[in-house]
Design a protein around this ligand. Structure first.
Ligand SMILES: Cc1cc2nc3c(=O)[nH]c(=O)nc-3n(C[C@H](O)[C@H](O)[C@H](O)COP(=O)(O)OP(=O)(O)OC[C@H]3O[C@@H](n4cnc5c(N)ncnc54)[C@H](O)[C@@H]3O)c2cc1C
Length: 387
């Protein structure tokens, strides 16, 4: 364990680590091989209350902040697991807690806290518009006391392992709004009801074993009371979830980064070639040190993003920058770890190739590195808008 600055969350870390120890590397390796979902692991996290960390106490949760939630996610990845199986509940939660009505909070939160319901899915991305979210084509048209949904989504994770999904759709045509971010709304969708009633789910097999799906909506009717917040303001609300998602994923990458560092340090101290440990060579030491320095720097930005988020302040810049720094640092640590394991890095039993694939995702999703650079250029540096 490498610790270069003080941490106030040792109790949370110890408790999450103790739970993760019951699910060692072999467990996650087998799940990966079988392309399965870590059901028992997610159940254990739910029973221990970790999946309800962000639910306020009055609704049965522990009322913790994004900071603590990020420590939970970091520890899962640091232990060799992958928070990707369950992080959706964390980043979706504040969208419901902060923007949902009192009635919605009472209806869903206590059941999510006990594990009776899971809120693991968020449907934003579409096949024809991709990163250009405000151009999305899925529509929600009000008819009487219902909204009728038509359209298509892609890459939607954990649909088979969630009861509820937060869905972003256009309620006012693009041609009738002042700004393209207006006229979008978010809804809470009961997944099982929707599957009987106009939503088709087609799984997509993918490299990192996230359970991702294409969704097709053909006149899916959902009750008007499932609208979250005000109609037309959904893009603003979904940003609450997206900033939380970026910050949590930064923490997961930091957990990965520590995992790779610990693994490669242990290996390079032991492995002897040319009559000495390979870790004695500076050509081996320097890439590991470099990645570690970057992980530590990313960690500081992650805590700053969490601090602002928990204080209900704008954290768009910090959430994006934390995600950028952490995803880059974990990828560099992953490369060093794979490289210095030599051929053994490719053997599944070392878990390096699995974690390597898992951490690579975060250069692309949930937001690609290029889009973060473009956000910084336009919104922080004031450079001319490029699209
Ligand atoms: C495993 C996995 C799980 C996912 N889970 C979910 C989910 O649960 N819910 C959900 O809504 N979405 C989900 N996604 C979707 C994810 O958020 C998108 O894949 C991501 O936002 C990129 O969108 P895209 O794939 O359409 O890429 P595109 O928008 O087609 O972009 C492709 C690449 O082109 C480059 N690019 C695009 N535009 C620009 C530009 N203007 N300037 C410079 N470079 C540019 C970027 O490098 C980008 O990576 C998931 C994706 C994956 C792979």
């Amino acid at each position: 364990m490498f610790q270069t600055f003080e941490d106030q969350f040792q109790d949370i870390r110890d408790a999450v680590r103790a739970l993760c120890n019951d699910f060692p590397a072999e467990y996650h390796r087998k799940i990966d091989e079988a392309r399965a979902y870590p059901e028992e692991f997610v159940d254990a996290l739910t029973k221990a209350g970790w999946m309800a960390a962000l639910i306020p106490e009055e609704y049965g949760g522990s009322g913790l902040g994004l900071t603590e939630a990020s420590v939970i996610m970091e520890e899962i990845n640091r232990s060799g697991g992958n928070s990707g199986a369950c992080h959706g509940q964390m980043y979706n939660m504040n969208t419901l807690v902060r923007h949902g009505s009192e009635e919605q909070r009472k209806r869903y939160l206590p059941k999510i806290a006990t594990g009776e319901l899971r809120l693991q899915s968020m449907g934003v991305t579409e096949p024809t518009t991709g990163t250009d979210t405000t151009q999305l084509k899925t529509t929600a048209v009000k008819k009487g006391d219902k909204y009728v949904i038509n359209g298509q989504k892609v890459w939607i994770s954990r649909v088979q392992h969630s009861d509820l999904m937060i869905l972003l759709a256009r309620t006012t045509p693009l041609s009738e709004v002042r700004k393209k971010s207006e006229g979008l709304s978010i809804f809470i969708v009961d997944i099982k009801e929707a599957m009987k009633n106009g939503m088709e789910v087609r799984p997509i097999l993918n490299m990192v074993n996230h359970e991702t799906n294409e969704l097709f909506f053909d006149n899916l009717e959902i009750p008007e009371e499932n609208l979250i917040g005000e109609e037309g303001k959904g893009f603003k609300y979904i940003l609450t979830g997206l900033n939380a998602e970026r910050t949590l994923i930064a923490a997961e990458c930091i957990g990965d980064g520590y995992w790779f560092t610990e693994k490669v340090v242990a290996y390079t101290k032991e492995r002897k070639v040319f009559g000495r440990p390979i870790g004695q060579n500076q050509g081996v030491q320097f890439p590991i040190s470099e990645a570690f320095i970057e992980i530590e720097a990313a960690n500081l930005m992650r805590y700053e993003a969490c601090r602002l988020y928990d204080a209900h302040k704008d954290c768009g810049a910090q959430a994006n920058m934390a995600k950028y720094l952490a995803a880059k640092a974990s990828w560099e640590a992953a490369n060093a770890c794979l490289q210095f394991h030599g051929g053994f890095g490719f053997a599944c039993e070392y878990d390096v190739e699995r974690k390597f694939r898992e951490t690579r995702l975060y250069q692309v999703a949930p937001i690609s590195t290029n889009l973060i650079l473009s956000y910084v250029a336009e919104h922080i540096l004031g450079l001319p808008r490029s699209f």
